[in-house]
Write a protein that binds this ligand. Structure first.
Ligand code: NI
Length: 225
């Protein structure tokens, strides 16, 4: 499921993050990629060991955790701390698939089910830099306002087109979901949205309760925790 999550950051949070990143020291983005990605990746990242990366990562995850759409769509079990990247001067990332299993900072590993990109530069600030996601419906071109996020299945082929003017700045990270299967996750997301709409419009309480039970029992069937 490809989903646009609007207004993850408010203007003050965004301005504060941008000020920090505009004064940060960046490193070659190939530091954190396997050999398949390294041959097509041309961008900059905050170093993994950078305290600023850790600090801003917390801000991003805290904002997302308050966003009802994010939680309903991802059903997170494990989340890799966000990284921050910068594409400029023709920087790009050719077609690749994200690694299926990634090391967690505290030890252990997680499976990557969902990829997330949070845009931190306004579309007018740069040319190019579209995130192209290829799935069974074709190619989707994503370039969102600063503060908005996109989530998409980590199994999809994707790329970032060359940035020919300005700088594209973003946060990115991965989620292992309680529900591994993308189609099952989508059904739960749609069911949850329907239940909330029924609640808002004063539908029959007994029927809504029954549907809520169906939601939780499906989640019980499908979740891995
Ligand atoms: Ni990727």
């Amino acid at each position: 499921m490809l989903l646009h999550i609007p207004n993850v950051l408010d203007p003050e949070q965004l301005a504060s993050i941008r000020t920090s990143l505009d004064n940060a020291t960046w490193t070659d983005g190939r530091e954190t990629v396997g050999s398949q990605g390294a041959s097509v990746k041309r961008n900059l990242q905050l170093p993994d060991a950078s305290p600023l990366r850790v600090e801003l990562g917390h801000v991003v995850l805290a904002a997302l955790s308050r966003h009802p759409l994010y939680h309903a769509a991802t059903l997170p079990l494990r989340t890799l701390p966000p990284r921050f990247n910068r594409y400029e001067g023709g920087g790009q990332y050719g077609f690749h698939v994200d690694g299926a299993v990634m090391a967690l900072p505290g030890g252990g590993h997680m499976r990557t089910d969902i990829s997330c990109t949070l845009f931190l530069a306004e579309p007018e600030e740069y040319d190019g830099g579209e995130l192209i996601i290829s799935d069974t419906y074709g190619e989707h071109e994503v370039k969102l306002p600063a503060g908005d996020a996109i989530i998409y299945p980590s199994s999809s082929l994707h790329r970032v087109t060359p940035v020919t003017r300005g700088a594209r700045i973003a946060a990115f990270f991965w989620v292992q979901s309680l529900v591994r299967d993308d189609a099952q996750r989508r059904l739960l997301f749609e069911l949850d949205a329907s239940i909330q709409a029924l609640n808002r419009t004063g539908a029959d309480a007994q029927a809504v309760l029954q549907l809520t039970g169906v939601y939780h029992n499906l989640l019980r069937q499908w979740s891995e925790a």
